[in-house]
Structure formats: C-alpha cells, structure tokens
Design a protein around this ligand. Structure first.
Ligand SMILES: *Cc1c(COP(=O)(O)O)cnc(C)c1O
Length: 253
C-alpha cells in the first residue's frame, strides 16, 4: 500500500477523517460502536516540525516505539498539548526515562521490567497505564509473553501497585494472508476473555491494543479497543520495520 506523506494541517485532517471513518465502518460491521475504539497515532521517524502540524490537526496523544526518540520529541514539543505512549519493546535500563514523561506503555513483557518501572514510579509518586504484550504469532523473533505465561504473569504483576493494567497488546503476523492475521487478533481476544472469566481483577478494563495501518480494520472486527496507526496518518516510512522489532522480513504486506 502507498501512503502519501502528510505535511499540511489539511493533509492530517483528511487522513484522520479517513482512518476514523474506516474505524467506525469496521466497528459497525460487527455491531460495535466506533466510539469504543481509540485511535493512537504513531509518530516514529516523523520530525518535530510535522508533528506540530499533526498536533494542531488534533493528534493530542502520540505513540513512539523507541524511548530515546520519544524523549527527544517530548522535550522539543513541551509547549504543545500532547501526551506520549511508548509502544515498543523496552530495556530495563530505560525504565527511568519512560517514567519521566510517558503517559502509557503498551509493551510490558517481563517481570524485571515491571519491577524496574514500579520502583521508579513509586519514587516519582505516580502510576502508569500498561498493556501486557503477548506473542500471538508464534514467531520466535517477536517480543511478548507466550499465551501459557500470561496468567501467571498477570498474577505476579499485582505486586507492582503503580502499574495500572489496562489490557493486552499484540503485533499480528506480517503476512498478506488475512486469515492468519485475524487468528492472531482472535487469540488475543480469547486470552483476554479467559482472564476476564477467571480473574477479572487482573486485567483492568480488558482493553486490546492491536491493529496498525495495514490491519486495523481486522483488529477492530476482532475486538480491538486501541489501534496504533502510523503510516496511514503520517505517510510511508522509509525505515524498515525490522528496525523496530526483530522480524525475518520487513513490511506487513
Ligand atoms: C510503528 C508501529 C505501529 C504502527 O505501524 P504503521 O504501519 O505505521 O501503522 C504500531 N505498533 C507498533 C508497536 C509500532 O512500532
């Protein structure tokens, strides 16, 4: 798929309107309300100048994969009305940076990291909304817990009172095979449903952070409550995806 680079407020407004209406349409198709679904614009690689235009067009929460890039933008855009979501794998030694500015974190996948975040958060006297990342594609290279590890992990997370678990997050398989993509999303929903039935206190709102530019409509059909959309709003990225997560191939089409 080709995504035009958005430069002007008009470009951003029309991209946002288009994505939003597709979200609403996908929701309607399965009897859901579009208003149940949060659109999280993902701004990685997009320079600050264009982010100011995007914020002006209504992007008041932005997702970034890498903490250093996010922190740099946070500082450069401190005068703007914008909050930051870290959506990519995090090393334990970056916990302090996340705590210093991030609003939410979508890729929690280890107890060591949970412990490091909680320790920093307690010192800072604040909490953090988190989504637990699950590897639903079965690819060795993908980050995230296995489905078998999830229940025990959620139980152990209760030790970290500053982490507010909002739900689960996943990246689907990168393939043009829609049914295999759908299976990943469906698995995440099933895991969420099971926890809801057996231990509802462990999963907060039971949110599902899943779906990106190439597959957010499928994710919504399968129950996504947050879609993380970059290229369909900002335009094509030149950086290959394997810069952001280990994968055999790059691109998701
Ligand atoms: C970049 C990224 C996205 C958005 O991908 P697009 O193809 O730009 O929509 C979603 N989730 C994560 C974890 C990402 O790093």
């Amino acid at each position: 798929m080709q995504y035009q680079t958005a430069f002007t407020a008009q470009d951003f407004a029309s991209n946002l309107t288009r994505v939003r209406s597709r979200i609403d349409e996908a929701a309607r198709k399965v009897g859901r309300e579009g208003s149940e679904i949060r659109l999280l614009p993902v701004s990685k690689t997009v320079p600050e100048q264009r982010l100011r235009v995007a914020i002006g067009a209504g992007c008041h929460q932005l997702g970034e994969n890498k903490v250093q890039e996010a922190l740099r933008k946070y500082r450069a855009l401190a005068d703007e009305d914008v909050r930051w979501s870290i959506i990519g794998h995090l090393q334990t030694n970056k916990a302090r940076d996340v705590v210093s500015f991030a609003d939410e974190f979508h890729a929690l996948d280890s107890l060591r990291l949970a412990e490091a975040l909680d320790r920093r958060l307690q010192v800072a006297g604040r909490g953090l909304d988190v989504y637990v990342q699950v590897n639903t594609s079965g690819e060795q290279s993908k980050y995230g817990l296995s489905q078998e590890e999830l229940p025990g992990f959620l139980t152990q997370l209760t030790a970290f009172s500053s982490l507010r678990v909002k739900g689960l997050m996943t990246l689907a398989l990168f393939t043009a095979d829609v049914e295999r993509v759908r299976e990943c999303f469906r698995l995440l929903r099933r895991l969420r449903d099971t926890v809801r039935e057996t231990a509802p206190d462990l999963i907060g709102d039971g949110g599902l952070s899943m779906g990106m530019s190439g597959d957010y409509e499928i994710a919504i059909e399968e129950g996504a409550t947050v879609v993380r959309v970059g290229q369909a709003i900002f335009g094509e990225r030149s950086t290959p995806d394997d810069h952001y997560w280990p994968t055999g191939s790059s691109g998701n089409s």
